[in-house]
Ligand binder design. Sequence first.
Ligand code: SAM
Length: 265
Amino acid sequence: MIHDDEPQATRRQAGAGESSRASRGWWDRNADEYQTEHGAFLGDDRFIWGPEGLDEAEAGLLGRSPEGLDVLEIGAGAAQCARWLKARGARPVALDLSHRQLQHALRIGADFPLVEADAGALPFADGSFDLACSAYGALPFVADPVRVMREVHRVLRPGGRWVFSVTHPIRWAFPDEPGPEGLSVAASYFDRTPYVEQDETGRAVYVEHHRTLGDRVREVAAAGFRLVDLVEPEWPEWNTQEWGGWSPLRGHLIPGTAIFVCDRD
Ligand SMILES: C[S@@+](CC[C@H](N)C(=O)[O-])C[C@H]1O[C@@H](n2cnc3c(N)ncnc32)[C@H](O)[C@@H]1O
């Protein structure tokens, strides 16, 4: 049964301000459930790139030991990755738009700065960090990803690296379902119209922005980065867990996550 006060899903335009407001509200309302559902899989101090379970300890996408480095985690949620970095001698800063997500970071324990801010306006001086990373943080939810990447470029020092994961763009052509119904193309891969859930007044309460693989490559270049790798993690045998539309069934057939490894020369 559909209740009048349940958000309705649609595809329509959503600008930067509306997307940011929707994300803050949604993550504040849903942080508790997110951490209850996924906290054990993420681990309090592991660095997991996405639902496949690719672990930075094995993947080494940051390219070097984080020891002694200033590292910015964007869309950090409960700052699991920042905790992993801290344990390896880095000086992490964990940034997120959602107050409630950062309260979870405090609950688990954070002996490093937590910053509540929008990734589109990073409150740091130029050249403050050696590394920046984001596991599904911010980028899937922002209307202007180039703005975020230009900000990351600005706060990185020359020689810095920026690594981020997002939903693999091919997933947008399929229904977001973990079972067989999620295996048949149902929409155009090329349709960039945002996915929006809106309340009965038409106000967006959740927004996701789709980009093609080529769009993402051009965003990275437009911000001044050099793309050095694009990693599409394969679904490992040990992972029997479903995470929303990510499942062993689909994971063995089509990629679910894209990780971009970018250098700032
Ligand atoms: C899928 S969660 C990922 C969190 C964490 N990296 C993890 O793997 O659990 C996305 C996070 O991005 C944050 N976020 C969304 N839009 C953002 C924005 N514009 N600026 C900063 N953070 C944002 C959300 O609040 C949320 O904590």
